[in-house]
Design a protein around this ligand. Structure first.
Ligand code: ZN
Length: 305
């Protein structure tokens, strides 16, 4: 029977996501410090305006010309891109997030391999079975990991750019509004709070995609190379945040291609905690080992999303 280690974390990537997010936030902290330093260096003077007797309104005047402003915009991008290593068009060698993509993909491929080996060992004439090491040496592994890294790089580069724009706009608005440095610093902190929430969504999406792509690719490998009919069983995390359309698939069997096509539609990948397990199919395309599927289908009515 296919192995499902955690009900609420069927992709089994919680640990990798936690570590990736911790490093992501650490890098955002470095970026924030850099932006605060840039902001601190903007020449400023305090203007005291007397509006009515005995009431002083303090306004701040920041002396930045257009050239200095565009220089500041470039410096902000540089600080944030440096912290996230998103300075180039393609991921730099040894890019920090690459190791998490690789781990997530490796865990998915190895777990699926163990799962498939178990399923096959129950058959009377045991067909060719790869051990984990042999599986990772197949060309699909490195090729697909590289693709995952490129996709993650696009997501994190985009986030880096959005953050730079938001941070720069925050400073410009503060300058134009003659607000105090304290107020502007508070707004900058808020802007980095948005970045941190963005980071969490990106980590969830990227790590689970890499892990699940490894699972469907492993199912495809056994089908295409060894002629073993495989399908994938959709396993939803059934959390309070799970979308009803995701929970409705819990326990259904699809071809790897159908499953990937569904994931690539709309925003199905975003924050998706669902996973898949390979199942063996008979000549009529029915699941050979049905115990897990039956158990999953029984869980559906208990979902309260
Ligand atoms: Zn999902």
């Amino acid at each position: 029977m296919p192995v499902v280690t955690s009900k609420t974390d069927p992709s089994n990537t919680a640990r990798i996501r936690k570590k990736a997010l911790a490093e992501y936030n650490q890098r955002l902290l470095v970026a924030r410090r850099g932006v605060f330093d840039l902001f601190k260096n903007i020449p400023r003077e305090r203007l005291v305006q007397r509006i009515i007797p005995n009431a002083n309104a303090t306004l701040w005047n920041y002396t930045l010309n257009d050239f200095e402003l565009s220089q500041l915009e470039r410096d902000i991008s540089m600080v944030i891109d440096t912290a996230l290593e998103t300075l180039t068009i393609i991921p730099p060698f040894g890019w920090w997030f690459a190791k998490y993509d690789e781990q997530a993909y490796r865990v998915g491929a190895l777990q699926e391999n163990i799962n498939i080996r178990q399923l096959l060992s129950a058959l009377p004439a045991a067909p060719i079975i790869l051990d984990g090491e042999q599986l990772l040496l197949r060309p699909f592994f490195n090729e697909n990991v590289s693709k995952e890294i490129v996709t993650s790089y696009r997501a994190i580069s985009g986030m880096s750019e959005r953050t730079s724009n938001r941070v720069f706009q925050t400073i410009v608005n503060g300058i134009n509004g003659n607000r105090s440095p304290r107020e502007i610093r508070k707004e900058l902190t808020d802007a980095f709070g948005i970045a941190s929430r963005d980071a969490k969504r990106i980590v969830n999406t990227e790590i689970n995609r890499a892990n699940n792509n490894a699972r469907t690719a492993t199912a495809q490998l056994y089908r295409d190379e060894f002629g073993i009919p495989t399908g994938v069983l959709h396993i939803s995390a059934l959390l309070s945040t799970t979308r009803a359309s995701h929970a409705a698939r819990h326990g259904n069997v699809y071809t790897p291609e159908q499953q990937n096509a569904w994931w690539s539609r709309n925003s199905n990948r975003i924050n998706c905690k669902c996973s898949v397990r390979t199942v063996l199919l008979d000549d009529e395309g029915r699941v050979v080992e049905t115990a897990l599927q039956e158990r999953l289908i029984k869980q559906r009515p208990f979902f309260k999303g």
